[in-house]
Design a protein around this ligand. Sequence first.
Ligand SMILES: [Zn+2]
Length: 106
Amino acid sequence: MALKKEMGVIHSDTAAFPPLPCICCGKELESAMGDGANNQPYAGTVFHSYGHYGSTIFDPMDGSFIELNVCDDCLKERASLRRVAFKKVPRSHSVPYKYWDPETDD
Ligand SMILES: [Zn+2]
């Protein structure tokens, strides 16, 4: 089993990555799926980004992404302060199939 040391944390290539602590308050989060799932926190939400055009530190445009967790308490508190945007989009299974038209790319 190969071990890597990155940012002071040692983990193996094959072991599941444990839940990250809350990025706001630092609370340690337990796994919602036992030890076999990668960063699957209980009472927290995972957010990931492939970068952002306006970022001055992360916009790799190579498919890599960063991931962070926010505990439910912090997310609820920040939402009450209007710091969380929300938008509902149709789930893919609710969008009807149709034949693809290469002329319109739609
Ligand atoms: Zn928190």
